[in-house]
Design a protein. Structure first.
Length: 277
């Protein structure tokens, strides 16, 4: 588990095991907020140990940026904390998260101690603000990667924990390409110092404009290419010809996962474009 201090009392964690997934901690003098909990117990427990033994404060709130396993399954390791999420996150954890965990527990003994903890506090519009010590956390929707995405802005430091609305390679299999493009455009206008991506490394101020343009270009390119392929009889076969390099991205992103995610994006987009309305 990688750990880095992003600013005073703001910390970033990155998994060394699964897809460079990230989590965050914002600490005050009396309690801390955890932003996303990881799927694998050992890594989530190492975050808890850091908070309890090095920061010496309890965790009062956990924020889930969305319902996916690698961002929400570790909620159970923060007993007593109030979990905050989008209203759809609660629904999706019930509909998909619980069955998915039950299936995973049969394959991976390490997950048998995991239990889905549903959000206690939810919202669907507007913003929720938490005051943590001297910092305001502004929680707002950031849709597109999934139907329940939210992001967390540390207002004073202009640090955005973007969840999976911002990744080295946008991933839309469970989401909507137009919504994620809107979210990325909004992020680009926020005047940020740092973007903490849901996966991958922290984006610094001088890198943000280029990262925003690169992600928007990727999405616009695959949208155009898949639409063209959808008009042909052999549409699925044509998807293999849409290389990740021609979209301006690299297959080495996310420890080599990018090529697989790219192909999944293409197939999901084709299905969305061709399914009956």
């Amino acid at each position: 588990m990688h750990r880095e201090r992003v600013s005073e009392n703001v910390f970033w964690f990155q998994s060394e095991i699964y897809a460079q997934v990230t989590a965050g901690v914002v600490a005050g003098p009396q309690w801390a907020v955890v932003i996303d909990t990881l799927a694998l117990p050992d890594e989530t427990l190492s975050i808890r140990e850091f908070i309890e033994h090095e920061l010496n404060v309890p965790v009062r709130y956990v924020i889930n940026t969305h319902y996916h396993a690698d961002h929400a399954w570790g909620n159970c390791f923060f007993p007593g904390a109030t979990v905050i999420a989008h209203a759809r996150c609660r629904d999706l954890l019930i509909e998909r998260g619980i069955p998915s965990l039950e299936a995973a527990q049969k394959q991976n003994p390490a997950l048998r101690q995991v239990k889905i903890i549903l959000p206690h506090m939810t919202f669907s519009q507007g913003e929720v603000t938490l005051r943590v010590g001297k910092k305001n956390l502004i929680i707002s929707p950031a849709l597109g990667h999934s139907p329940d995405g939210i992001a967390v802005l540390v207002e004073e430091d202009r640090i955005l924990f973007a969840g999976d609305s911002f990744m080295p390679l946008p991933y839309i299999v469970d989401g909507d390409i137009d919504e994620i493009m809107t979210s990325i455009k909004q992020i680009g206008k926020m005047g940020l110092e740092n973007i903490v991506q849901g996966h991958g490394d922290i984006i610094l101020r001088g890198e943000i404009d280029a990262a925003v343009k690169e992600n928007l270009n990727y999405l616009a390119t695959i949208k155009k290419s898949v639409r063209a392929a959808s008009r042909r009889k052999n549409a699925v076969d044509l998807l293999d010809e849409i290389t990740i390099e021609e979209t301006g991205k690299s297959r080495v992103y996310l420890g080599g996962l990018a090529q697989t995610l790219h192909q999944r994006n293409l197939r999901a987009l084709l299905q969305q474009m061709t399914e009956p309305k």
